[in-house]
Design a protein around this ligand. Structure first.
Ligand code: BES
Ligand code: MN
Ligand code: ZN
Length: 488
């Protein structure tokens, strides 16, 4: 898909060669004297359309307009949520029509801000996304080109480029998270990472079981040992700044399928545990975005990837494993495997002397209970880092919420047979999981995003969301001075 931002008003945009035109009508809009504006004005007078959220008017073959299909949609005061809902409604109105949608023009009328632009373009991409990889018969995405029209394009250029880069990353993340576990094995995931190294400034290194054993990642290796699929440890590098500039490290949980292991999960909805590598997918997605945007920063991506399976070779409850940090861990529940693979990746991150480390993981069901599918759980050992992540979430509407890390929450992790146990009790399950990781993240500013509730949707719309690629990219860029192109 191809996106373009054009400095055009309604009159100008109605002349563009396209199959459909979406006019987003928010408060403060100014209509002109052209034929389309007149048509919309008379519809407003007749009460057929206004800026009220949920209002929608479909027009067909309007004199003086190139696009045969036009949808005018109300978006209230133009909040990010109102814009998203308006665009989603307009896209489904267009989809219910007959013609194919190859070229789409979107016009922002009223509230033409960066937030509105981002929200509108993201909603178009979301609504047109289709998963096809493992279908033999499918309707492909027809949309090839999206032209977004705003009165003055220059001031919104950076927002636009960030949004487009995010969309590429989000779609890469969705694709890999959606693929079933027999198509997205640790080996396949490593191949996907390698494919990213085709882009300038990106390189990729992949370790197998022997190298991981040699590195001393006994905790990661223990999770992988029950599976017929060999583990992979993926190291991605994006070098956009001088070598002397310390990198930010992103660590993504890459459990390609989580059965729970010997502490096996119930059968209902277990298929959804193919999404347990969504953290890893978001890291790959961010690299896809970086390839697009080419900012002057250094970023490292680390992905421990393996399956969590039961079997004769599998890890057992009560087993004690030795992590790369030297700390021993009593595995009281083999279903708390995410933290067992992440702890070794966190220790590995030390060698990069990072400015910050952020891990991203579908870590706990408890986080889903706490925050649902609206906000990801944010844990941080550093307030500045937390604030930057919170702000990046707000800016991209890829929201998170800070959770506590008081030392008292680590009490239940005490073990009689090792330095630490891998589970506490049921209370505060998302926090005890974070406290476990905290023990392995004392050498750098660290944050942890629990995306168990936000990485995918269940039910009829089952599928990956591509979150939190938007949040992470915005966070990485928040370390940069604002480029000249964004200055008025
Ligand atoms: N991948 C799961 C967490 C999860 C569960 C994500 C449901 C999304 C939906 C994780 O590996 C897990 O199984 N966690 C356990 C931890 C428990 C054994 C302490 C959980 O949350 O039940
Ligand atoms: Mn598990
Ligand atoms: Zn898991």
């Amino acid at each position: 898909m191809n996106f373009e931002l054009k400095p055009l008003d309604l009159a100008g945009s109605s002349q563009l060669k396209s199959d459909a035109l979406i006019v987003i009508l928010a408060s403060g809009h100014k209509l002109g004297k052209d034929l389309l504006s007149q048509k919309i004005n008379s519809a407003i007078k007749a009460g057929e359309i206004d800026t009220k959220p949920g209002k929608l008017l479909s027009l067909f073959k309007v004199d003086g307009c190139f696009a045969p299909r036009i949808v005018v949609v109300g978006a209230g005061e133009g909040s990010a949520r109102q814009i998203r809902q308006a665009v989603t409604a307009a896209m489904s109105a267009l989809r219910s029509g007959a013609g194919t949608l190859k070229r789409l023009v979107v016009v922002l009328a009223g509230q033409e801000t960066g937030v509105v632009l981002r929200s509108a373009v993201t909603a178009v991409a979301d609504a047109s996304y289709v998963y096809v990889t493992t279908k033999s018969k499918f309707e492909e995405r027809t949309l090839e080109r999206v032209i977004v029209c705003v009165p003055t394009a220059k001031v919104l250029d950076l927002d636009f480029r960030k949004t487009v880069a995010t969309i590429y990353g989000v779609e890469f993340a969705k694709e890999w998270a959606n693929r079933p576990a027999n198509h997205a094995t640790p080996v396949a995931l490593a191949q996907a990472a390698r494919s990213l190294a085709r882009h300038d400034r990106i390189s990729c290194q992949v370790f197998g079981p022997k190298e991981v054993q040699k590195l001393g990642m006994g905790s990661f290796a223990a999770v992988a040992q029950g599976s017929a699929q060999p583990l992979r440890f993926i190291v991605l590098k994006y070098e956009g700044a001088a070598r002397s500039q310390a990198p930010t490290v992103l660590v993504g949980k890459g459990i390609t399928f989580d059965t729970g292991g010997i502490s096996i999960k119930p059968a209902a909805e277990m298929d959804e545990m193919k999404f347990d590598m969504s953290g890893a997918a978001s890291v790959l997605g961010v690299f896809r975005s970086l390839a697009e945007l080419r900012p002057q920063i250094n970023v490292i991506g680390l992905v421990p990837a393996c399956e969590n399976m039961p079997g004769g070779k599998a890890l057992k409850p009560g087993d004690v494993v030795t992590s790369m940090s030297g700390q021993t861990i009593e595995v009281l529940n083999t279903d708390a495997e995410g933290r067992l693979i992440l702890c070794d990746a966190l220790t590995y991150a030390e060698r990069f002397k990072p400015r910050a480390v952020v891990d991203i993981a579908t870590l706990t069901g408890a986080c889903v209970i706490a925050l649902g599918n609206v906000r990801s759980g944010l844990f941080a050992s550093n307030d500045q880092l937390a604030d930057r992540l919170l702000a990046a979430g707000e800016a991209t509407q890829d929201l998170c919420w800070r959770m506590p890390l008081d030392e008292d929450y680590a009490e239940p992790l005490k073990s009689n047979f090792a330095d630490v146990a891998n589970v506490g009790g049921r209370p505060a399950g998302a926090i005890t999981a974070a406290k476990f990781l905290h023990r392995f993240a004392d050498k750098f500013p660290w944050a942890h995003l629990d995306i168990a509730g936000t990485a995918w949707k269940g039910g009829a719309a089952k599928g990956a969301t591509g979150r939190p690629v938007g949040l992470l990219l915005e966070f990485l860029l928040s370390d940069l001075p604002i480029p000249a192109v964004n200055r008025k």
